[in-house]
Design a protein around this ligand. Structure first.
Ligand SMILES: *[C@@H]1O[C@H](CO)[C@@H](O)[C@H](O)[C@H]1NC(C)=O
Ligand SMILES: *[C@@H]1O[C@H](CO)[C@@H](O)[C@H](O)[C@H]1NC(C)=O
Length: 243
């Protein structure tokens, strides 16, 4: 008879372990999981905090990327290197990997759905930058790398309501977190004006539940997908890194 409750206890443990794993796996992705954002904020205050910045930006491109994709990623890194000469950008050569690497580095990996990155430098060791097959173009990679360098989305700025209008009723259920405004204590625009053409700005159809716009400019204009890095993005990066 005492065998039965013990067995049940074991099952319960297995079930709990399963959920724990599930939560741990999900927790690091800030753009899909609000929990991760909260954990992040307890470490630091976001991009205003200098600990979230990089002095050396190390990139490890997973071997599952082919040469063409590697070349695009390298091109993006060179572009950022020109903008931020005081940060050293470095990529592991093909075939080499960062075993026992002590400092923070970006691990570029493939994902099945969505592109995501942490915002800013996290703790030492690897932090993921995920790219699905739809986002291996240089603009999207640039967008994700700028997240890793410490910029949130343009519409996350505390003063964004002066420039864009969020249409909450059209946003997919559960995706509202992506339209969150940040506290002025956490993020700063470093005195650079809001730019709806920013590479960090969502287009009007992002996370739409019904094909209707989820965000428009305050004068009602549709926001299209950003086509190139804007001077405001460049200026903000330079001011954030003081270089
Ligand atoms: C590399 O992968 C991309 C998909 O991201 C594909 O379109 C391209 O054809 C591949 N290139 C080579 C040389 O295999
Ligand atoms: C990260 O690594 C650097 C250099 O290896 C070290 O100076 C720093 O204290 C480490 N930070 C943490 C949070 O472990």
């Amino acid at each position: 008879m005492p065998v039965l409750p013990q067995k049940e206890f074991l099952y319960l443990q297995i079930v709990l372990m399963f959920f724990w794993c599930l939560i741990s796996i999900k927790a690091w992705n800030p753009s899909t999981n609000p929990l991760a954002d909260r954990q992040y904020r307890t470490y630091r205050n976001g991009i205003i905090d200098p600990r979230a910045r990089w002095t050396r930006f190390f990139i490890f491109v997973d071997p599952e990327f082919n040469n063409t994709e590697r070349m695009i990623i390298r091109g993006v890194a060179s572009e950022l290197q020109e903008i931020l000469p005081c940060v050293k950008f470095w990529m592991w050569p093909k075939g080499r990997s960062p075993s026992d690497f002590r400092e923070s580095y970006i691990h570029v990996t493939k994902s099945k759905n969505g592109c995501a990155s942490e915002v800013g430098r996290m703790l030492n060791g690897s932090q993921k930058l995920e790219l699905d097959p739809k986002c291996t173009d240089s603009n999207t990679i640039l967008h994700e790398m700028i997240h890793a360098l410490g910029l949130h989305h343009e519409q996350a700025q505390p003063d964004r309501d002066k420039y864009v209008k969020i249409l909450w009723q059209n946003i997919k259920k559960g995706k509202e977190n992506n339209f969150r405004k940040y506290d002025p204590k956490e993020v700063s625009s470093f005195g650079v004006p809001y730019n709806p053409k920013s590479i960090m700005q969502y287009s009007s159809k992002a996370f739409s539940a019904n094909g209707e716009p989820t965000m428009v400019t305050t004068d009602g204009k549709i926001i299209t997908k950003p086509t190139e890095l804007q001077w405001t993005d460049i200026e903000k990066l330079k001011r954030m890194y003081n270089c």
